[in-house]
Design a protein around this ligand. Structure first.
Ligand code: HEC
Ligand code: HEC
Ligand code: HEC
Ligand code: HEC
Length: 178
């Protein structure tokens, strides 16, 4: 046999092992959906997996079932675009204080509690050199640029909890007797 054939056997062996690997390891439903070879290569059964993936953050509509008054109140406030869960979802064990078990009855997966520390507010309101000064709110086709209200936490009433003075759900001020 001519020595010229030998490289051919190597190439054939490589090709066969690729085919064998593909047949064994690539799931049979891994296809190009609708013939779209550019963007739609995926395992079709993964669509079901993601459809059944439990959603953790449910947004204001979920809280509205029982807290409609607060949901309406916040809609008129500076925090109208901030979801309740942004401030009330607690990730430290022991901070949960919600009186109703939302997990058993509603399949709700986050822990709800109250955080009154300055740290919570600083997350969004502390002036930082690299933080954008403005943000854009889009409603339908209109876009509005809004200045973000920042404070310097070392100068803005240090040592006192923000919620001593500010009413978070109306983002105004607490007034006597309220
Ligand atoms: C099935 C009804 C129900 C749902 C849904 C619900 N809550 Fe409540 N929640 C209550 C009741 C009742 C109380 C006790 C009375 C009160 O404080 O309004 C309460 C109290 C609270 C408290 C005060 C906890 C404390 O330590 O005093 C917070 C904060 C709260 N809810 C946030 C939320 C948020 C955020 C959501 C949505 C993710 C939510 N709740 C969804 C019924 C509900
Ligand atoms: C910007 C952060 C923030 C957002 C957004 C927010 N909360 Fe609160 N919430 C707080 C803080 C802080 C307290 C404790 C207030 C205090 O002690 O004065 C509180 C208190 C509460 C309480 C206890 C009773 C009361 O009225 O003080 C309930 C109930 C509650 N929030 C529900 C909600 C719901 C429902 C939403 C969404 C519609 C929401 N919160 C949005 C920060 C927030
Ligand atoms: C998830 C981000 C976020 C958190 C956390 C947050 N805020 Fe805000 N806050 C906003 C946004 C967005 C606005 C509206 C834009 C603006 O006015 O800067 C706002 C507005 C405000 C305003 C101005 C309200 C007005 O009507 O002009 C005050 C005061 C305020 N927040 C206080 C607080 C306090 C106190 C806390 C902590 C309990 C807090 N915020 C936590 C995002 C946040
Ligand atoms: C002792 C009461 C008090 C405390 C505590 C306090 N504030 Fe204020 N805050 C005020 C007053 C009064 C104003 C309005 C005058 C001003 O801008 O200083 C204000 C204004 C603001 C504004 C609006 C600034 C603007 O550009 O219009 C934001 C945002 C704010 N505070 C957030 C916070 C945050 C976050 C904390 C906690 C880290 C906090 N405040 C603690 C009294 C307080």
């Amino acid at each position: 046999m001519s020595h010229a054939w030998r490289p051919l056997f190597v190439v054939l062996a490589v090709m066969i092992s690729i085919i064998v690997f593909r047949v064994i390891f690539v799931p049979s439903d891994f296809v190009a959906k609708n013939g779209d070879y550019k963007f739609q290569w995926h395992r079709l059964s993964s669509e079901e997996v993601w459809k059944n993936f439990p959603v953790k953050h449910k947004g204001r509509d979920f809280c509205q079932q029982c807290h409609s008054e607060l949901v309406n109140k916040i809609k008129d406030s500076g925090h109208q675009h901030v979801q309740c869960e942004n401030c009330h979802a607690m990730f430290e064990p022991g901070k949960k204080s919600h009186p109703i078990d939302l997990k058993d009855d509603f399949g709700y997966l986050l822990e709800i509690g109250i955080e009154r520390s300055r740290e919570l507010c600083k997350r969004c309101h502390a002036e930082l050199p690299y933080r954008p000064q403005t943000y854009v709110i889009t409603k339908g086709t209109t876009a509005e640029t809004v200045k973000f209200k920042m404070i310097d936490p070392t100068k803005h009433n240090p040592g006192i909890e923000c919620v001593m003075c500010h009413d978070v759900h109306s983002a105004g001020f607490k007034t006597a007797g309220k």
